[in-house]
Design a protein around this ligand. Sequence first.
Ligand code: SF4
Ligand code: SF4
Length: 332
Amino acid sequence: MNTVSSLLDNEWLERYKRISRLNIRSSIYDVTNNCNLRCKGCFFFSSDEHKKSPDEPDVRKWEEFIDREKARGVNLAILIGGEPTLYLDRVEAFYRRLPTYCATNGIIKVPRDRFPDMMVGISLWGDEEDEKTLRGRDVFSISSTNYAGDPYTYYLYTITPKQIGKTERIIRKIADVGLKVHMQLLSNDEGVDGFSWNKEDLAAIRDEMDEMLDKFPETVISSKYYHEVITTGKMLGRPFGWMECPSVTKPLDRRKPQPRRLIEFIRWAADLKTMHRCCTSETRDCSTCKDGAAHMSWVMVNKRDHMRSTRDFQNWIEVYEMFAKLYKFIPW
Ligand code: SF4
Ligand code: SF4
């Protein structure tokens, strides 16, 4: 049987040791059901998750809830919604208690005097034309002004099929405002015409993502193996989908056999009682899911299977490092 030290030389062994100490246990929290945008294809609104429960308005209830989450072993709170920055008192309740990552559309700037080192991920849905089609306005122009040069912020660039051949311009714009970028693919939950993937497009965007990583190594936080897995939907020959997904809420997970999964992962609704099925849309057909976090977690929880060769294990280390960088567990 292969062991870590039989597969890795000293340099890779050091990289492995750095991440193996982390023991990240994340869960996801809907901070609110409200948003200041309504994007076509937003998984949250298109699946009616915002109607499942009301917001808990009392910030003291949030504080007590977060203390319980911490006692449950969570050491990374991923805040989504809705738009978390509409309720900064709730965000602050997390930030004061746990390492916290806040997803946002970037329209409201997180005040850095209140949240000096909170990780912020700004959603970006393509170029000006795509954002106007899907989100109703060119959101990048606002978010990039708000966050230019911020060392704790990156763009989460959701690439659509219409972006093929155009990603370089976007990534250059992000580099020019002194920010980083991580890429994932649109799942087109609302079936907007022209925004669904086919095999050829996925092959083309994989090449383009690889090229962007080579061209902008200081700006793009990614790995070529992640590009392979998310564009092919395959890992070590296995297809991604419901029976493999690691990001299913633990108390709702009745799959048999149980796949490898994120330990004690829960996605909580904003009433602090309701749980959603998984890290993304409750109604999405898993065979169409292109969620970036679910794909990278899929790789991460399957460490043993990647120990079949040095290259496979190095691929695993690179994906883990990418995740750790995105949540600032290790430097960019
Ligand atoms: S900004 Fe985010 S939460 Fe709001 S509608 Fe768009 S995708 Fe959904
Ligand atoms: S929609 Fe995606 S993240 Fe959710 S259970 Fe299905 S595969 Fe997993």
